[in-house]
Design a protein around this ligand. Sequence first.
Ligand code: AMP
Length: 210
Amino acid sequence: MLNIVFFGIQGSGKGTQAVLLEKKHKFDHVSIGDLLREHMADKTELGEKIKKYMLAGELVPDEYIFSLIEDILHPKAHGIIFDGFPRTLRQAKFMEERIPVNYAVYFDLDDETAIKRLTARRVCKNCNRDFNLLLKPPKKEGQCDHCGGELIQRDDDHKEAIVRRIKIFHQRTKPLIEFYEEKDKYIHIDASDPPDKIFQSLVNSIKIEQ
Ligand code: AMP
């Protein structure tokens, strides 16, 4: 059982790699961003409370994040990939107390490339699958390859929110590198490599048998 944290600048491909690991190695993939967006779409009490932070590209306050995490902590046969959690030192410390993290994988990408990728990102309105006009374009313009749904931009993929999210990443999330280095759990990944190369180094670094 391996519990793995994925962190890195928005647009660094954490989600893509988490989906690959989930499919090929039966990990459970928990994307905090997706869970929060589901709450917003379902207009739950939590969804209404977090909306303003999400749309502005701000971090959602820890108390809401911690209650979500408590709900999803259950034992899984092959472990859990935490995609987008923790994002602050306080969250990382909370996690160390609640669930043992085996590896923390940092997806390293420069700001300029991240901004380009985020601006080109499209998601299916219907099934939520990710596309990218630069890296992973849909077969038919504006249409999801899987379900034919309409492809749209995420509400927080507009210029101001992107810049805000990147700034917060440098201030609040990057200190996790040192935190996990000290605990000997840190893995560095060059996120500018092609997805299949990244997957290979990921699998080698976390010593999963193929
Ligand atoms: P993501 O889909 O990972 O890019 O996350 C989208 C948004 O969800 C972020 O900009 C934050 O507003 C919120 N969010 C996701 N994960 C966290 C977290 N660990 N702590 C606080 N806010 C989060």
